[in-house]
Design a protein around this ligand. Structure first.
Ligand SMILES: [Zn+2]
Length: 185
């Protein structure tokens, strides 16, 4: 399994979308970290101008099936057709665990949204591991955004799951919520 993240727009696009809403002229500069944190914290619409390609190589077919349910990300999935991949195996013998490649073309807000459910202990284990690796790698290129990517119970301060994940009953829960909140400032 391999993951590659590429940012395909810039923070300048976010800045100038925000300036447009204020009837201000565009600027040709990278905004400050304070500006980035403010937009991430508020989750205002200009955040959707920050776009990424997240490329997954050799993830299980079933994990792809989980990620494509996040409908605000545009997925591209490698074909599994035997005639395309040069396999003799009949389709009925292909496994849900067979490897597939997937690209998600998505914005920063959707990365936060996917994290809320896929980082949760209630998410399927392998898919959670894959998304955790995405956020680990995101830390290296967009640390402020990666800090905002948390499972729902830390994001909302309680576990909203129908069968709660149990995180809210642990001693570390309050610390986790505080860590999330302080990382946004
Ligand atoms: Zn939970």
């Amino acid at each position: 399994m391999k993951i590659e993240i590429t940012r395909v727009t810039s923070w300048k696009d976010v800045l100038n979308a925000a300036r447009f809403t204020q009837r201000k002229k565009p600027l040709d500069k990278e905004p400050s970290i304070e500006f980035k944190k403010k937009i991430i914290r508020a989750e205002h619409s200009p955040l959707r101008c920050l776009m990424f390609n997240i490329d997954f190589y050799d993830i299980p077919y079933y994990s792809m099936g989980h990620f494509v349910r996040h409908v605000h990300a545009q997925p591209f999935v490698s074909s599994s057709r035997p005639d395309v991949i040069g396999s003799n195996a009949p389709r009925g013998e292909q496994l849900k665990s067979d490897p597939v490649n997937m690209r998600l073309f998505l914005n920063a807000q959707e990365i936060i949204n996917i994290s809320r459910v896929r980082l949760c202990n209630k998410a399927e284990g392998e898919t959670r591991k894959i998304w955790k690796e995405v956020i680990n790698q995101l830390h290296e290129i967009e640390p402020e955004l990666a800090n905002a990517c948390r499972p729902n119970c830390f994001y909302r301060g309680f576990c909203p799951e129908i069968k709660p994940c149990g995180a809210a009953d642990t001693d570390l829960f309050t610390l986790g919520v505080l860590d999330y909140q302080s990382s946004l400032y």
